[in-house]
Design a protein around this ligand. Structure first.
Ligand code: HXC
Length: 259
């Protein structure tokens, strides 16, 4: 049984948790409740061995239109600094299982940053991405200047962060922000299919693949290659490696046990 939340809908389907942001009147603006609930839900999925992948999505109109401006409006510097405002969101980036964003409509500001905290983004042709914080007199605060720059390069990141303009799904795919673009009607099926596929593989291998790709953004090539090689070697200690290779040779489907 999935937990119930005020701002999220959660459905568990065959090893995949589907989390839908659910603040429709505010275009899924990310307030403290959404983020607290999301981080708590992810914590639960982390501890649940039956969950192999998580899908995060929003509505047809908005994945999320940003951090909640009404909630932030009255904040002052000292409160933001001493309270370490939004540091709780780091819990999303720290999630260790695969996390896929399925984005339709607006993914702006914190919404775009939340999508970028996921491992990859599948976008509907209706998706629009942007970092409009500059129009509010602030800058991105949850990776918009860092993850976006790594994903799309300096020119496009500067363009988006300095002008606050939105880009459509085709442009987002061209510049490498999103992994795939599909018609809106196909979005959830395509993302669920991808999540199911991942959830069917060996969890230790999946976890290490995620960790190794993430390392590419943290260290030099030679250190990254060494890290990858060590993880690669370690997977030969798993039963799942034996099973995966035996299944290939015996021309059958592998049944992984996550051991
Ligand atoms: C609070 C928001 C909101 C937001 C929309 N709403 N975005 N409320 N915070 N980020 C609310 C509106 O106030 C409105 O509520 C309702 O959602 C519908 O929005 P409309 O503006 O009427 O819809 P539309 O005309 O279709 O325009 C859609 C939109 C626009 C282009 C997405 O809403 C917009 O520009 N939103 C703000 C986008 C933004 O600046 N995001 C960055 C936020 S800063 P009412 O009650 O009036 O009906 C940020 C900082 C991140 O994210 C830092 C780290 C986390």
């Amino acid at each position: 049984m999935a937990e119930s939340y005020e701002t999220l809908l959660v459905e568990i389907r065959d090893g995949v948790a589907i989390v839908t942001l659910n603040r429709p009147k505010a275009l899924n603006a990310l307030n403290a409740t959404v983020m607290t609930e999301l981080v708590a839900a992810l914590k639960g999925f982390q501890a649940d061995a039956a969950i192999g992948a998580v899908l995060l999505t929003g509505s047809e109109k908005a994945f999320a239109a940003g951090a909640d401006i009404k909630e932030m409006q009255g904040l002052d510097f000292v409160d933001a600094y001493l309270g370490d405002f939004i540091s709780g969101w780091d819990g999303v980036g720290a999630f260790r299982k695969p996390l896929i964003a399925a984005v339709a409509g607006f993914a702006l500001g914190g919404g775009c940053e939340l999508a970028m905290m996921c491992d990859f983004i599948i976008a509907a042709d209706t998706a629009r991405f942007g970092q409009p914080e500059i129009t509010l007199g602030i800058i991105p605060g949850m990776g918009g200047t860092q993850r976006l720059t790594r994903a799309v390069g300096k020119a496009k990141a500067m363009d988006l962060c300095l002008t606050g303009r939105m880009m459509d799904a085709a442009e987002a795919e061209r510049c490498g922000l999103v992994a795939r673009v599909v018609p809106y009607e196909r979005l959830l099926d395509e993302a669920v299919e991808a999540a199911h596929k991942i959830a069917g593989f060996s969890q230790p291998a999946v976890g290490m693949a995620k960790e190794a790709v993430d390392r590419a953004f943290e260290q030099t090539l030679s250190e990254g290659l060494r890290f990858e090689r060590r993880l690669f070697h370690s997977l030969f200690a798993t039963d799942d490696q034996k099973e995966g290779m035996a299944a290939f040779i015996e021309k059958r489907r592998a049944v992984f046990k996550n051991r």
